[in-house]
Ligand binder design. Structure first.
Ligand SMILES: [Fe+2]
Ligand SMILES: [Fe+2]
Length: 259
């Protein structure tokens, strides 16, 4: 089983980049299942239903959300019936599911989205009691993949090491910068602090440099802009699993020009 995980898809350019290249990547890399973090897909914050559908049509099997889980009002309505969409499991008061089991070539894969709490203002309860209870009481599966969405690298590493050997893989999202630390932990869980960005390559975490300067440095009103064309990066990792604990995890990165 080869799982491709891709980090935060940011804006239309990120969606277009995946629509242009994800099917081809699946084929070239012999990928069995694709998980994509889609929390920034709709103009940088949240996920509209139409953009969720674009991710699925592009070749995604499961979309995870992060701290912007409630970034678009409509998400609370459609998340309840979209089986390929996960909110953070510890965003307990929000509708939808935070963990689901998928069938992949006769094997069962659980995917769980979890939200960190350091430097994150959106509501999420302590993930540890909740996640331990899931491991102790939930249905066991052939594989278990976790997207741990958090600002702090230490919070991500702590979670992965605490559950080392009890989940197949923990990959972080949220910072939009791919880290160079993909590895198998001592008890066999694959880990990487951050998958990185799927979006505008020349910007600041996916946003146009000028609009970021105008807003943050010069104090102008208005949104952070995301260019709709230009060079895009598709960042993530490929995890190889023939049993519950993976044999390898490798960072993945590809450039795509979006017209
Ligand atoms: Fe985020
Ligand atoms: Fe993000």
């Amino acid at each position: 089983m080869r799982l491709l995980f891709l980090g935060d898809v940011t804006g239309e350019i990120g969606l277009k980049a995946l629509s242009l290249s994800l099917r081809k990547i699946r084929e070239e890399e012999k990928i069995d299942f694709v998980v994509v973090n889609g929390e920034n897909a709709s103009s940088g914050k949240g996920l509209k239903h139409k953009d969720f559908k674009t991710l699925i049509e592009a070749g995604t099997d499961c979309v995870t959300l992060g701290n912007h889980y409630a970034g678009k009002e409509e998400s609370a309505r459609y998340i309840a019936y979209e089986e390929k969409l996960l909110k953070p499991y510890n965003a307990v008061s929000y509708p939808g599911e935070g963990t689901r089991i998928y069938n992949v070539n006769g094997k069962t894969l659980r995917v769980t989205a979890v939200l960190g709490r350091a430097f994150i203002k959106e509501e999420a309860v302590d993930p540890y009691p909740l996640f331990t209870s899931l491991l102790n009481n939930g249905a066991s599966t052939d594989y278990h993949f976790v997207d741990f969405h958090a600002e702090s690298t230490s919070e991500k590493a702590l979670f992965a090491n605490f559950y080392d050997g009890r989940v197949s893989c923990v990959i972080g999202t949220h910072t939009h910068v791919q880290t160079n630390d993909a590895r198998l932990l001592p008890k066999g869980t694959a880990f990487m602090s951050d998958a990185g960005l799927c979006g505008y390559a020349e910007g600041i975490i996916g946003f146009e440099v000028r609009s970021t300067i105008e807003k943050v440095v010069l104090g102008h009103e208005g949104p952070f802009r995301i260019p709709s064309s230009g060079e895009a990066h598709i960042n993530g990792a490929i995890v190889e699993m023939s049993s519950f604990l993976p044999s390898s995890i490798k960072p993945f990165s590809r450039s795509v020009y979006v017209e």
